[in-house]
Design a protein around this ligand. Structure first.
Ligand code: UDP
Length: 237
């Protein structure tokens, strides 16, 4: 499957058309941004690692009955996906308090939540992805009530599956961001699932193995991404 014209270019990915109108190619770059693109950089091999970890997670989720946009990995940096109408909501699933939740509620990072929490943000870079609630989603017609129910149930299921898988590999899934898209009347899990979009902490040491190393200038960014690749994909990339 060959890339045709560039359809969309984001901070970390490009999306290309293919000869099949139903299929797109998602290309993963090494570019990294944080704080709504105020901080920019590159993380060597990040695109390869994000493509490979997303492949592992999408395959695992498909095996557990979660419908995703993943078709197959084409190369180091290219993934074949189903073309979807992306829902303009970013869903965050949290197991442990960190990041914006710690700030918003004035609580220390690392506090275990008694059960997973879901949050919804409007997918709008210009506005800095503001938090929204069920009312905004319904009244502004970002998703119908049944669509939102499917999205929320799927997000909790994805969280449970990935938590268990990662735990067995010595990684705590602190939180993650998920996106969804409509495809032929079905809601599919879309985008990517990787150290850019999840918080991964080492189970033994709580060392951060994700994009927070870049966001917070903690050093060892590439090494952390490689460690995630080793534990999730079984190889350094
Ligand atoms: N996240 C993301 N994209 C965003 C915002 C958040 O992938 O635009 C992920 C982030 O990596 C973390 C989770 O969503 O795993 C929760 O992020 P949080 O709300 O704590 O925001 P942050 O502290 O990253 O600003």
């Amino acid at each position: 499957m060959e890339r045709r014209e560039l359809l969309y270019e984001g901070k970390a990915k490009q999306v290309y058309r293919t000869a099949d109108p139903d299929l797109l190619i998602q290309h993963f770059k090494d570019d990294a941004t944080a704080f709504n693109a105020q901080k920019r950089g590159t993380i060597a091999s990040k695109g390869i690692i994000n493509n490979r970890t997303s492949e592992v997670f999408f395959k695992l989720l498909e095996e557990h009955g979660v419908a995703t946009h993943f078709v197959r990995r084409l190369s180091d940096r290219d993934m074949l996906i189903r073309s979807c109408d992306i829902v303009k909501i970013e869903v965050v699933a949290r197991n442990i308090i960190a990041g914006s939740l710690a700030k918003r509620l004035g609580r220390p990072e690392g506090e275990l939540l008694s059960e997973p929490v879901l949050e919804h943000y409007l997918k709008d870079d210009a506005l800095g992805d503001p938090m929204i609630n069920d009312w905004h989603i319904r009244v502004l017609r970002l998703a119908t009530a049944p669509e939102l129910q499917t999205i929320n149930e799927t997000a909790l299921k994805v969280n449970a599956i990935l938590r268990e898988f990662l735990d067995a590999r010595g990684i705590v899934l602190v939180d993650m961001k998920l996106e969804f898209g409509r495809h032929q009347g079905k809601m599919l899990l879309a985008d990517e699932i990787c150290p850019d979009t999840c918080r991964f902490w080492d189970k033994a040491t709580s060392e951060k193995l994700d994009k927070d190393r870049f966001r917070r200038d903690l050093g060892g960014v590439e090494e952390a991404y490689q460690e995630v690749a080793r534990r999730i994909c079984g190889v350094a990339l």
